[in-house]
Design a protein. Structure first.
Length: 217
C-alpha cells in the first residue's frame, strides 16, 4: 500500500499570524509531499512496501542497507510531518490532560520550566532538525532534539533520545523562514500559542498504552 499525503484538517491560513499561509502551503504540498513521493519510490518492489510508516521508522535498523538512507530521510520526514500537522491547531486546543500536566511538572517543575527546556532543545539544534517532548520507558518525561528528519522512534540510529514522542517541533528553515527569516526564537515562541494539546494527550495515551508515539496507528 502506497503512503499518502495526509490532509491538514484546516486551511493553510488558519494558523496565522503564528505561521503564514504561504509557508504552510509550501511545507505541506511541496516538502511533505516530496517525502511521501520519494519514500514510495524507494519502497517500490521491496518486501517493505506494505509496512506502515510506524513499522518502518521503528524497524529502521532492519531495513536493507540499500534503501535504509531513503527510508530514514523520507520515511522520517513523512512520519514527523504527519505528527506535526496534528500537533498544531488554530489558536491551540484544550490543555494538557492531568497525566501530561503532572508529567511536565514532575520533569520540569512547571509549564514555564518545560517551555524553557523545549526552547533550548529547539534553539541548540544546529542546522536542521526537530525538538521533542517524549515519554521515557520509566514513565517520566524528557526533552531532546534530533537532526534532519530523524525522530526518537528510530532508537539508537537517531541519537538515542530514549523516549516515545508526544510533541514535536520542526526547526528546519523551510518551516519558518518566509515569515521569521533567521529569527528562530520568535518562531519557537509562536509555536506555544498553537499547540494542539488534545493531540498531545492522545499521543501520550498511545505512548503509555502501546509503547508507540507520533504517527503510529
Amino acid at each position: 500500500m502506497a503512503h499518502e499525503l495526509p490532509d491538514l484538517g484546516y486551511a493553510y491560513d488558519a494558523l496565522e499570524p503564528q505561521i503564514d499561509a504561504r509557508t504552510m502551503e509550501i511545507h505541506h504540498s511541496k516538502h511533505h509531499n516530496a517525502y511521501v513521493t520519494n519514500l514510495n519510490a524507494a519502497l517500490e518492489g521491496s518486501d517493505l512496501s506494505d509496512k506502515s510508516i510506524c513499522e518502518l521508522v521503528m524497524g529502521l535498523s532492519e531495513v536493507p542497507e540499500g534503501i535504509r538512507g531513503a527510508v530514514r530521510n523520507h520515511g522520517g520526514g513523512h512520519f514527523n510531518h504527519s505528527m506535526f500537522w496534528k500537533l498544531i491547531a488554530p489558536g491551540g486546543a484544550s490543555e494538557p490532560s492531568a497525566p501530561v500536566a503532572e508529567g511536565i511538572k514532575a520533569a520540569f517543575g512547571s509549564m514555564d520550566g518545560f517551555k524553557e527546556a523545549f526552547t533550548k532543545a529547539a534553539m541548540t539544534r544546529f542546522g536542521s532538525g526537530w525538538a521533542w517532548l517524549g515519554v521515557k520507558d520509566d514513565g517520566t518525561f524528557g526533552v531532546c532534539s534530533t537532526a534532519n528528519q530523524d525522530n526518537p522512534m528510530m532508537g539508537e540510529i537517531s541519537g538515542a533520545c530514549g523516549c516515545k514522542p508526544i510533541l514535536g517541533l520542526d526547526v528546519w528553515e523551510h518551516a519558518y523562514y518566509l515569515n521569521y527569516q533567521n529569527r528562530r526564537p520568535d518562531y519557537v515562541a509562536a509555536f506555544f500559542n498553537i499547540i494542539n494539546w488534545d493531540a498531545v494527550n492522545e499521543f501520550y495515551e498511545m505512548a503509555t498504552s502501546k509503547g508507540q508515539g507520533g504517527s503510529c496507528d
